[in-house]
Design a binder for this molecule. Structure first.
Ligand SMILES: Nc1nc2c(c(=O)[nH]1)N[C@H]1C(S)=C(S)[C@@H](COP(=O)(O)OP(=O)(O)OC[C@H]3O[C@@H](n4cnc5c(=O)[nH]c(N)nc54)[C@H](O)[C@@H]3O)O[C@H]1N2
Ligand SMILES: Nc1nc2c(c(=O)[nH]1)N[C@H]1C(S)=C(S)[C@@H](COP(=O)(O)OP(=O)(O)OC[C@H]3O[C@@H](n4cnc5c(=O)[nH]c(N)nc54)[C@H](O)[C@@H]3O)O[C@H]1N2
Ligand code: SF4
Ligand SMILES: [Mo]
Length: 722
C-alpha cells in the first residue's frame, strides 16, 4: 500500500519541501511540495532523486572489519566491543588526545547529530576534533565571534527586500547558497532586478547565476580582500557612515581608517583587475540603494584571506546602516536565541602541537590533521573516527592524508557508502539516510535563523533503515559506552540513552516509548515554544514563524560584553598589517601564473553524488579543467585534450574545456572527484575525474593563521599538455 508523506530535503541549506510516496520500505515517487510555506514547489534534481542514493545496491548495510583478505561482515556487538577496547587501551597508554574525530558535512544537516558529536568529543575528553569548518567557512565563525560575541551570531542578506545585493564568490544557481536558507534562489534574485534593484556577482568566472540574473564583475582569484578593503576605504573617504548608529552601537570605528588607509581603489586595481572607477561606481550604487547588502561565500572563504575579507564586508554593512534593517543584512534569530546560548558556553582556545595552530570553536583545522597523525610525539593521533565525510577527497593534500590514515592504529568510518576515506578504515559502521531520520530544519535555519522567511517544520522518518544500518545518534551513544567516554562527560545522560534503548526493547512497554530522536526533538520543540510534535504534524508543509523585523538586533540581542559591535578586533588589525602587504606583493609577483579556482557543479554534491549512473552519464563521467581561449592559445592547448595541472603540492591529469566564461589568467577545476580507488562504489569508481585537492597544500604554513582555513582556491598552477 502506498502512502504520501511530506518532508524537507536535508542535502543542502535550501531544505526544500518534498512530497514522498512510500510503498513499504521503498520510496516510489518524490515531487516538490507545491504547498510548502517557503520552497513553494521548488526542489532540485538531487532532492528529487534521493532514493537512488538511499536504496543503492552499494549502500553499506552491516558493520565491516578489515582483514587480510578484504572487508568481512561482523556483528555490531563485536565491532563495538573491539573498537571500545582499542580506544580504552590507547587512552590509557597515550592519553585522551590520542583519539580524534572528524565530523563531515552531510549529517550536520540533521539537527541532533552535531550535539551528540559534541557529546562524544566531550566524553572522550580529546582536543583532536576536526570538522568541515576549516575547509568551508571558519573565517565567518571567527569574524562573528570577534565582532558580535558568538561564532553563531551570523548575518544574512534580506534577499526578498534587498535593492542592491553583491554576491562575492558564490554561485546560487548551482549551490543554492551557503549561510542562508534560500530555496529558488534565482527567482528570488530576479525579483530584485524586477523591482528596480541590482544584483552584482564578483567572480573570476561568469557563472550560471550571473548568466541568469544581474551583472558580472570579473575579479582575479584570491584578491577579494583588496577589493573589500578598497571598498571600505572609499566608504570612509566619502564619510558615508551612519555616525549616530556607530556611536550608539559600535566600538573601534577610529581604528578602521588606519587599517585601510593604504588600500586605495587604485592600489586594489593593480591586483584585482577591477578598475578604480568601477569600484567607485559600485560603492555609489551600494550607498544609494534603499536597502543594500554585501555577501560573500566559499570562493572567498577558501582563499588566503577569508577572515580579513569577511571582516571588511561585515564592517561595511554595519557602518553604512546596512545591518539590522529590513532590506539590508540581518542578524539571524532562530527558534531560540542561539547566539546568546553560545555566548554562555566557554570555547577556550587551545593549540595544535603542529605549528601551534589555534583551535576555533573547539576544533582544529583539517590542514594539520595529517601531521597530527604522522609527526612523532606521545600525543599524536593514533585512532580516528570519521563520521559522514570524505576528507581524502575534500581536504587539502590528499597524498599525505592517505598516508596518515594508513598510519593509524585504529580508524573507524561511520558511513552510508564505502567511500575513498572509509577504504582506509579498520571498521566501517553503517549509518542511516536522512529520509530514515526524524528532524527539524538544519541548525542554521532552526537555531541561527538564517532565513529571509522564518519557518519551522517537523518531519517524521519516512522509511525504515535497511538491515543493520543504525541511526547515528544510537551509534554515537554506543561508542560513548564502549569507549568509556560517557556522552557530554555525563554518566547520567549516558545512562538515560542506554536505558531508553533497553526499555524500548521490552515487548509491552517498548511500544509506548518513542525512539531517542523523536524524544529529544520533542523536547527541543517544546522548549523552543514550537509546540508538541503532535501539533507540528498538523503543519505538513511547514509553518511560517514571525516575520523579520527592523531594529531587532543592535542594542537588543547583541552578546558582546559591552553589548556593542566590535568593529576593530585587535587580532584583525594585526593580521591586516602583517599579512596583507606580503600577499599583495606575492600576487603582483605571480601575475603571469595561472590561478586555479574551485567550481561547484549541478550534478555533484561535494564528493558523494557520482555513484548515481544518471549523474555521470556521457560527458559527465569526469571533471574538466576550464580555461579561457587566450590562455589556451598562449599554451598551444586545444579543447578536449588531456592536460597536466601541477601545483606546489601535486599534479593531476584531466581533460581541458576551453570557455570564455573564465577570466584570463584563472582556471577552474571542480572538486569531489577521484573515485577510482573506491571499488565498493560500483558506478563512481568507473568515472575518470580527478581529485582537485591533490593540488592543495596542507600544514601550518598553508592555512590562514587565525581561522585555520585551508587554501582551496586561488592556487598557483602550471598547465601543460599531458
Ligand atoms: N550542486 C551543488 N550544490 C552545493 C554543493 C555542491 O557540492 N554541489 N555544496 C554545498 C556546500 S557544502 C556549500 S558550502 C555551498 C557553497 O555555496 P557557494 O559558496 O555558492 O559555492 P560555489 O558554487 O562553489 O561558489 C563559489 C564561487 O566562488 C568563485 N570563486 C572561486 N575562487 C574565487 C575567488 O578567489 N574570488 C571570488 N570572488 N570568487 C571565487 C567560483 O567561481 C564559484 O562561482 O554549496 C552547497 N550546495
Ligand atoms: N577543492 C575544494 N574542496 C572542497 C570544497 C571546494 O569547494 N573545493 N568544498 C568544501 C566544503 S564547503 C565542504 S562542506 C566539504 C565537504 O567535505 P566532507 O563532509 O568531508 O565530504 P562530503 O563529500 O560532503 O561527505 C560525503 C560522505 O558523507 C556520507 N554521508 C552522506 N549522508 C550521510 C548520512 O546521513 N550518514 C552518514 N553516516 N554518512 C553520510 C556519504 O556517503 C559520503 O561518503 O568539502 C570541502 N572541500
Ligand atoms: S536545493 Fe538542496 S535542499 Fe533543495 S532539493 Fe536540492 S539538494 Fe535538496
Ligand atoms: Mo560546505
Amino acid at each position: 500500500m502506498t502512502v504520501q508523506k511530506t518532508t524537507f530535503c536535508r542535502i543542502c541549506e535550501a531544505q526544500c519541501g518534498l512530497v514522498v510516496t512510500v510503498d513499504g520500505d521503498r520510496v516510489t515517487e518524490v515531487t516538490p511540495d507545491t504547498d510548502h510555506v517557503v520552497s513553494k514547489g521548488y526542489a532540485c534534481i538531487k532532492g528529487l532523486t534521493f532514493e537512488n542514493f538511499r536504496a543503492s545496491p552499494d549502500r553499506l548495510q552491516y558493520p565491516l572489519k578489515k582483514t587480510a583478505s578484504g572487508y568481512e561482515r561482523i556483528s555490531w556487538e563485536q565491532a563495538l566491543s573491539e573498537i571500545g577496547s582499542k580506544v580504552r587501551s590507547l587512552r590509557q597508554q597515550h592519553g585522551d588526545d590520542s583519539v580524534g574525530l572528524y565530523f563531515g558535512n552531510p549529517i550536520s544537516f540533521t539537527t541532533l547529530v552535531p550535539m551528540f558529536v559534541n557529546g562524544l568529543v566531550t566524553g572522550l575528553n580529546t582536543k583532536k576534533f576536526f570538522n568541515t569548518g576549516s575547509i568551508d567557512c571558519n573565517n565567518k565563525f571567527l569574524v562573528s565571534e570577534k565582532m558580535y560575541g558568538a561564532g553563531m551570531a551570523l548575518t544574512f542578506p534580506d534577499v526578498d527586500r534587498n535593492q542592491f545585493l553583491m554576491i562575492i564568490g558564490g554561485n546560487p544557481a548551482v549551490s543554492k547558497m551557503s549561510f542562508i536558507h534560500l530555496p529558488h534562489p534565482v527567482d528570488r534574485l530576479k525579483a530584485i532586478t524586477e523591482r528596480g534593484g541590482r544584483v552584482v556577482f564578483v567572480n573570476p568566472r561568469l557563472t550560471e547565476s550571473a548568466k541568469a540574473v544581474g551583472e558580472q564583475v570579473f575579479i582575479r582569484p584570491d584578491t577579494d580582500v583588496f577589493f573589500l578593503f578598497a571598498f571600505l576605504h572609499e566608504v570612509l573617504q566619502r564619510d558615508a557612515v551612519k555616525h549616530d548608529i556607530v556611536k550608539a552601537h559600535m566600538t573601534g570605528f577610529e581604528k578602521l581608517a588606519d587599517a585601510v588607509r593604504d588600500w586605495t581603489p587604485e592600489k586594489a586595481e593593480a591586483v584585482t583587475g577591477i578598475s578604480a572607477q568601477q569600484l567607485r561606481e559600485l560603492v555609489t550604487a551600494y550607498l544609494a540603494a534603499d536597502g543594500a547588502a554585501l555577501y560573500l561565500s566559499t570562493g572567498v572563504n577558501m582563499g588566503r584571506n577569508g577572515t580579513l575579507a569577511f571582516w571588511a564586508l561585515e564592517v561595511i554593512n554595519a557602518i553604512t546602516g546596512n545591518l539590522d534593517r529590513l532590506g539590508s543584512s540581518l542578524m539571524g534569530l532562530g527558534i531560540l536565541d542561539y547566539a546568546e546560548l553560545m555566548s554562555r558556553q566557554e570555547f577556550p582556545t587551545f593549540h595544535s602541537r603542529i605549528g601551534n595552530t589555534p583551535s576555533l570553536l573547539s576544533s582544529l583545522p583539517m590542514g594539520v590533521l595529517a601531521d597530527e597523525i604522522l609527526q612523532p610525539g606521545d600525543d599524536k593521533i593514533r585512532a580516528l573516527f570519521v563520521l559522514s565525510g570524505n576528507p581524502v577527497i575534500t581536504s587539502p593534500n590528499t597524498q599525505k592524508l592517505e598516508q596518515a590514515l594508513d598510519a593509524l592504529e585504529l580508524m573507524v568510518s561511520i558511513e552510508t557508502f564505502p567511500n575513498e576515506t572509509a577504504r582506509h578504515a579498520h571498521y566501517i559502521l553503517p549509518g542511516s539516510h536522512w529520509a530514515e531520520r526524524p528532524d527539524i530544519p538544519f541548525m542554521f535555519v532552526s537555531f541561527a535563523g538564517l532565513s529571509p522567511t522564518p519557518w519551522f517544520q517537523y518531519t517524521d522518518r519516512l522509511v525504515t533503515m535497511p538491515n543493520e544500518c543504525r541511526d547515528e545518534l544510537w551509534t554515537l551513544a554506543q561508542l560513548g559506552k564502549a569507549c568509556d567516554a560517557p556522552l557530554f562527560g555525563s554518566r547520567l545522560f549516558q545512562l538515560f540513552v542506554n536505558t531508553g534503548g533497553w526499555l524500548r526493547s521490552l515487548p509491552l512497554l517498548g511500544r509506548f516509548l518513542k525512539p531517542m530522536g523523536e524524544t529529544l526533538l520533542g523536547i527541543t520543540c517544546l522548549m523552543s515554544k514550537q509546540g508538541s510534535l503532535r501539533a507540528l504534524r498538523k503543519h505538513p508543509h511547514g509553518k511560517l514563524r514571525e516575520p523579520l523585523q527592523d531594529n531587532n538586533y543592535l542594542g537588543k540581542r547583541i552578546v558582546t560584553d559591552d553589548k556593542k559591535v566590535h568593529l576593530a578586533p585587535p587580532e584583525f588589525l594585526l593580521l591586516a598589517r602583517e599579512r596583507l602587504p606580503a600577499i599583495y606583493q606575492d600576487i603582483l609577483d605571480t601575475r603571469e601564473q595561472l590561478r586555479l579556482i574551485t567550481k561547484r557543479e549541478r550534478f555533484s554534491h561535494n564528493s558523494w553524488t557520482h555513484n548515481d549512473p544518471a549523474y555521470v552519464k556521457g560527458k559527465r563521467h569526469t571533471n574538466y579543467l576550464y580555461m579561457h581561449p587566450d590562455d589556451a592559445n598562449r599554451l598551444s592547448l586545444n579543447d578536449g585534450e588531456t592536460v597536466q595541472v601541477a601545483s606546489a603540492a601535486g599534479a593531476v591529469v584531466v581533460p581541458l574545456a576551453i570557455t570564455t566564461d573564465m577570466m584570463p589568467g584563472s582556471v577552474a577545476l571542480p572538486h569531489g572527484w577521484g573515485h577510482q580507488q573506491a571499488t565498493g562504489l560500483s558506478v563512481a569508481s568507473q568515472t575518470t575525474g580527478v581529485n582537485a585537492n591533490i593540488l592543495a597544500s596542507d600544514g601550518p604554513d598553508a592555512i590562514e593563521p587565525l581561522s585555520g582555513m585551508a587554501q582551496l582556491t586561488g592556487i598557483t598552477v602550471r598547465v601543460q599538455r599531458a
